[in-house]
Design a protein around this ligand. Structure first.
Ligand code: ADP
Ligand code: MG
Ligand code: ZN
Length: 313
C-alpha cells in the first residue's frame, strides 16, 4: 500500500494532500482556485481551463513536497457517471456535460486518477475514518459554499442511477412552490435547503437584514457575542437542516447522520435548533433515535474520502 494524493475541490478552496493508507495527512496545501472560467465562450475553453488549473496545482504541490504519490483521488462538485470519472454535469460549471475529467487529468499528470462527487467523498471519508466509522449506513451532509449530501447504504457509497442521489441541498424546505416568491436557488428552484443552510446563504441573509457584508465565520462569532440577527440566521439554518433530515429519515430510516464543512464550525448554535426541529418532525417511533454528529475529521472528511477512492497498488 502506498501514499496517495487526495484533492478536495470546493466552491472556495482547492485542497491537496498526501495521505498514507491509515488516513494520516502527511503533507497538505490549500489554495484559492477559480475553476469556472467566466469568460469561457465554449465548453472547449472551459474544459481546458479546468484541466490546466488542476494539473498545474497538483504538479506544483508534488514538486515542493518531500513525499511522493503514485495515484490521485479527487472530490469534485458535480455529478459523475458511476465510478467512471466522467462528469455528467456540474451546477457550478454549466458549460460542461459528459466531460471525461478523470481520464483527461490522468493523461495530463501521467498518474491514475479517480474522481467522485465531493459530498459522496466526504461521506466515504467520514464512514471510513470519522464519526460514521462502524455504521452500516450513514447520511453525511456537507455545509460549505453550498450544501451537499452523501449516502453510505449497507457499507457501500450510493450515487444513484445518474450520479445525482442525495442532492440534499436542493430539498425544498419551504412551501413557496406555487407563488415562486421564495429564495431563488442556483438550481433554478426556490427555497431549497441550500438557500438557508449554506455558508453563502448565511452571508446573503445577513447582508439582506443588516446591509452589511460579512463572512460566515464572522457571523458565527457575532452570534456567539449575542448579536440577535446573526443568531436567528444560524438558528434558521439549523431548523431547516433538522426539517430536511427528518424528511430524509422518513425515506431511509438511517440512525446516524454526520455533518462536515466550514459552516459546521457554527455547531454550538446550529446543532440545538437542528435537533429540536428534527425530533419535532420525525415519525414518533424514531423520535430520539437519530444521532446527528459533527464530523470528527475537522475539515478533512472530503480529503480522506478522496484518498479512499484513489487506486492503491
Ligand atoms: P467549500 O468546500 O464549498 O469550499 P468549505 O466547507 O471549505 O466550503 O467552507 C467554507 C465556508 O465555511 C466559508 O464560507 C467560511 O466562512 C465558513 N466557515 C469556516 N469556519 C466557520 C465557522 N466557525 N462558522 C461558520 N462558518 C465558517
Ligand atoms: Mg467542500
Ligand atoms: Zn436548489
Amino acid at each position: 500500500m502506498n501514499n496517495v494524493l487526495a484533492a478536495d475541490i470546493g466552491g472556495t478552496n482547492l485542497r491537496l494532500a498526501i495521505i498514507d493508507p491509515q488516513g494520516h495527512i502527511l503533507d497538505e496545501s490549500r489554495m484559492q482556485a477559480e475553476l469556472s472560467l467566466h469568460s469561457a465562450e465554449s465548453h472547449i475553453q472551459a474544459e481546458a481551463h479546468i484541466i490546466t488549473t488542476l494539473s498545474d496545482g497538483i504538479a506544483a504541490f508534488l514538486a515542493q513536497s518531500s513525499y511522493s504519490a503514485n495515484s490521485i483521488g479527487m472530490g469534485f462538485p458535480g455529478f459523475f457517471h458511476g465510478e467512471t470519472g466522467v462528469l455528467a454535469a456540474s451546477p457550478n460549471l454549466p458549460l460542461l456535460h459528459n466531460f471525461p475529467l478523470a481520464e483527461l487529468l490522468s493523461n495530463s499528470i501521467e498518474k491514475p486518477v479517480a474522481v467522485q462527487n465531493d459530498a459522496l467523498c466526504a461521506a466515504i471519508g467520514e464512514h471510513r475514518f470519522g464519526a460514521g466509522k462502524g455504521q452500516s449506513s450513514l447520511l453525511h451532509i456537507t455545509l460549505g459554499t453550498g450544501v451537499g449530501g452523501g449516502l453510505i447504504l449497507n457499507h457501500k457509497p450510493y450515487g444513484g442511477e445518474h450520479g445525482m442521489a442525495m442532492e440534499f441541498g436542493h430539498l425544498c424546505v419551504e412551501q413557496s412552490i406555487q407563488n415562486n416568491n421564495g429564495r431563488l436557488c442556483g438550481c433554478g428552484n426556490h427555497d431549497c435547503l441550500e438557500t438557508y443552510a449554506s455558508a453563502s446563504a448565511v452571508v446573503q441573509r445577513y447582508a439582506e437584514k443588516t446591509g452589511k457584508a460579512s463572512n460566515a465565520r464572522d457571523i458565527f462569532q457575532l452570534a456567539c457575542d449575542g448579536d440577535a440577527i446573526a443568531t436567528s440566521i444560524l438558528t434558521d439554518a439549523g431548523d431547516y437542516l433538522g426539517k430536511a433530515i427528518a424528511e430524509s429519515i422518513k425515506l431511509m430510516d438511517i440512525s446516524t447522520v454526520t455533518i462536515s464543512g466550514g459552516l459546521s464550525g457554527a455547531w454550538p448554535i446550529i446543532h440545538p435548533s437542528l435537533m429540536e426541529t428534527l425530533d419535532a418532525n420525525l415519525i414518533p417511533p424514531l423520535k430520539g433515535k437519530v444521532h446527528v454528529l459533527r464530523s470528527t475529521l475537522a475539515d478533512n472528511a472530503g480529503l480522506l474520502g478522496a484518498a479512499a477512492i484513489a487506486s492503491n497498488s
